[in-house]
Design a protein around this ligand. Structure first.
Ligand code: NZQ
Ligand code: ZN
Length: 386
């Protein structure tokens, strides 16, 4: 296991009606004016907005709003949010929504104290030195953004979608009420499940192997495989939603990847798709993942893939290559069983931009630590996913 520093200063309030901690916590933190930020209105339909406003009213904390944060949140919204925070004297941000809202709020929190253009944080021209405190009220289980310091922002002008991270953007606390996810549509629930599984894969298929992290990963994958279909068939099944929600948070709060060199190839390849075609992140991952697995599987890592097959899917057999191949098919079938498209062409994507996307993916990073991928490898994964 590599050396690591693990620190997550995010308090989690998990369960029914936990939103009632909101006002008290903000008061305790000395908040005097908050920004209430959300997406395109789902929180107004499912009651989350009213719950938050009523908590703020109880403690008499005034707030201003930023609404309309897009899925694949835009840098222009980050600029707008930072300006509101400066002008209105906001001292705390409530991110009420899913990964896109939370990511946008993190970037706004950092941009508030930066005099240049916040896109600089994503192109590595500037580092984050200071950020407003944020808290989250999570409404969709997927990204883990509610308990990590990462943010992913799109820039439609440059057709880029880039990530950055900082301890300073880790939420101070997050409210995780599984009931708030009952209204998530089937396709977004499925995409969220694929995203959670992908986060685990990115850390599980990586070196050095480490029993604690890898067995935990297998346990969480089995939990998702057990409860995911129920969350889709019965959207208001509390236990299924609760299991998936907590799985999503743990999958990307640093625990499973501590002491390991995460791979993250599939994510970086997918971000190109979201950047160019504005597709749902988890849907892109579900399509790419089995093709990434097939591309990287070789004699050096076949044991890892066959362990995955045996421990997660219960696949038996003596030939490790056969078990590995069957485990990849099982992964692919599971995503399809959730109703996720299995081909990029189903999303209206053709091979026009594959070369360009592969180049762009490699612009700031090398891709893949489990297995390093070249430009032609990436193009091949896109083509096989078509
Ligand atoms: O806009 P609203 O009205 O909020 O509707 C959203 C949106 O249309 C809807 N939704 C959310 N909660 C709902 C709901 N609809 C009904 N009921 C609810 N309770 O779902 C749609 C998708 O929302 P979005 O925030 O985009 O979903 P997700 O949580 O999957 O976030 C995806 C974004 O996070 C980034 C992705 O790249 C993508 O931009 N990621 C962030 C990471 C991080 N910060 O650690 C890691 C991830 O790998 C990922 O890259
Ligand atoms: Zn993801």
């Amino acid at each position: 296991m590599n050396n690591f520093w693990f620190s997550v200063p995010t308090d989690i309030f998990f369960g029914k009606d936990q939103v009632t901690v909101l006002g008290k916590n903000l008061k305790k933190a000395g908040a005097e004016k908050v920004l209430l930020a959300y997406g395109h209105g789902s929180i107004k339909k499912n009651g989350v907005y009213n719950d938050i406003v009523s908590e703020l009213e109880k403690v008499s904390i005034p707030f201003v709003e930023l609404s309309g944060i897009d899925p694949n949140p835009r840098i222009s919204t980050v600029r707008e949010g930072a300006e509101i925070c400066r002008k209105e004297g906001v001292d705390y941000i409530i991110a009420a929504g899913a990964g896109s809202v939370i990511d946008c709020c993190k970037a706004i929190a950092a941009a508030r104290y930066y005099s240049g253009d916040p896109w600089d944080f994503f192109t590595r021209k500037a580092t984050i030195k200071k950020a407003l405190p944020i808290c989250t009220v999570l409404t969709l289980a997927a990204t883990g953004s509610e308990m990590n310091g990462g943010t992913v922002i799109s820039n439609p002008e440059t057709e880029e979608k880039l990530a950055t991270g900082s301890m300073k953007m880790k939420p101070k606390f997050s409210v995780l009420d599984p009931c708030y996810t009952f209204s998530v549509p089937k396709d977004q629930t499925a995409a969220g499940i694929a995203d959670i599984m992908s986060h685990i894969f990115e850390q599980y298929f990586s070196y050095p192997e480490s029993a604690v992290q890898d067995f935990m990963s297998e346990a969480i994958l089995k939990t998702i495989i057990k409860y995911g279909p129920t969350a889709i068939e019965k959207p208001d099944d509390y236990e299924a939603r609760a299991q998936i929600m907590w799985a999503g948070t743990i999958a990307l709060n640093g625990l499973l990847g501590a002491g390991k060199d995460g791979d993250w190839a599939t994510h970086l390849i997918e971000h190109e798709l979201s950047a160019k075609y504005d597709i749902t992140h988890g849907t892109g991952l579900a399509i790419l993942t089995p093709h990434w697995m097939r591309k990287v599987l070789d004699k050096d890592n076949v044991e890892k893939f066959s362990t995955y097959g045996r421990n997660v899917w219960g696949i038996e057999g003596k030939d490790p290559f056969k078990v590995a191949a069957d485990s990849i098919s099982a992964t692919s079938r599971f995503f399809s069983s959730l109703g996720i498209p299995s081909k990029l062409s189903e999303l209206g994507i053709s091979d026009d931009k594959f070369e360009e996307m592969a180049e762009s993916a490699l612009k700031y990073n090398s891709i893949g630590r489990f297995k390093c991928l070249s430009k032609s490898d990436i193009v091949e994964i896109y083509r096989n996913s078509l």
